[in-house]
Design a protein around this ligand. Sequence first.
Ligand SMILES: Cc1cc2nc3c(=O)[nH]c(=O)nc-3n(C[C@H](O)[C@H](O)[C@H](O)COP(=O)(O)OP(=O)(O)OC[C@H]3O[C@@H](n4cnc5c(N)ncnc54)[C@H](O)[C@@H]3O)c2cc1C
Length: 289
Amino acid sequence: MEEYEIAIIGSGPAGISAAINAKVRKKSFILFGNKSLSEKVRCSHLIQNYPGFPDISGRELNEKLAEHMRRMNISVAEERINGIYDIGGYFMLLAGENEYKADTVIIATGARTVKELPGERELLGKGVSYCATCDGNFYKGKTIAVICDYKEAEEEVDFLAGLAEKVYFSPSYKTDFSRNNVVTLSSPVVSVKGEKHADAVSLKDGSEIAVDGVFFLRQSVSADVLLNGLEMDNGSIAVGRDMSTSVKGCFAAGDCTGAPYQIAKAIGEGNTALHSAIRYLAGKKAQTE
Ligand SMILES: Cc1cc2nc3c(=O)[nH]c(=O)nc-3n(C[C@H](O)[C@H](O)[C@H](O)COP(=O)(O)OP(=O)(O)OC[C@H]3O[C@@H](n4cnc5c(N)ncnc54)[C@H](O)[C@@H]3O)c2cc1C
């Protein structure tokens, strides 16, 4: 299993800022996210409030961030973290079938842009899952619904279609994805039904479909779903001035800590979180000496 001093989750401005500072401070770290870095920055038409770069397009700024990382030899591990487990003294991070160990974690996963559906949170772990690789095998030969937010996740829909007998697919974007056993729903899923276990989804047109399980393939999920026990404040991670969270050794930065949703704030918080993580590591080391 790979082990690091610092695991940074999220390749937007906040995570990149933390990674650059970790590199400068010669820490062992891993940065999880996407090679394309931040979709939000990339799709910003014109950025006028990032000091030093008047009137820069989001695409250009994203490219500058990528160039900065290339020059510093920082790479992005293209993994989606599905769970963070506080083992007491260190953290285990799950990315599908892969596991990583880290002394400290910085969550920089951005703001959750999609609202949870009724029943989603209540039935999470009871027939509702966010991770195809982790839970797909439970649905071999069964009927499932897959609610998908982004095209890149269609690889996972394909994987699920290879296991399940039938897949009701509800994409929130235009796609021509098709498989023999996949039925693309024309009306979106609006809620998950079930008492002790998810057993149906209801659609906007008022109909209901019986299923054995429901997968949500979301670009970002609420941080307290990733790390159990993380204190939230109105949907954002509750943090102190040093970006510490309610979980010892876990820090957070950027849009996931709340408004204002701005690049400069994300970069500043990423920097602060990294320095706090270094202080935490030093304290931990002093305790064991
Ligand atoms: C259209 C638009 C225009 C904007 N214009 C401006 C502007 O002019 N000025 C300004 O200051 N701000 C602007 N913003 C806001 C700015 O883009 C955000 O504040 C900034 O991107 C936040 O950075 P972040 O690092 O916190 O999160 P993000 O940029 O959202 O990055 C988060 C990253 O984490 C990854 N991630 C999420 N979950 C996981 C996981 N479980 N495992 C691995 N990776 C994960 C995501 O894929 C993403 O790459 C704009 C935003 C939009 C959408």
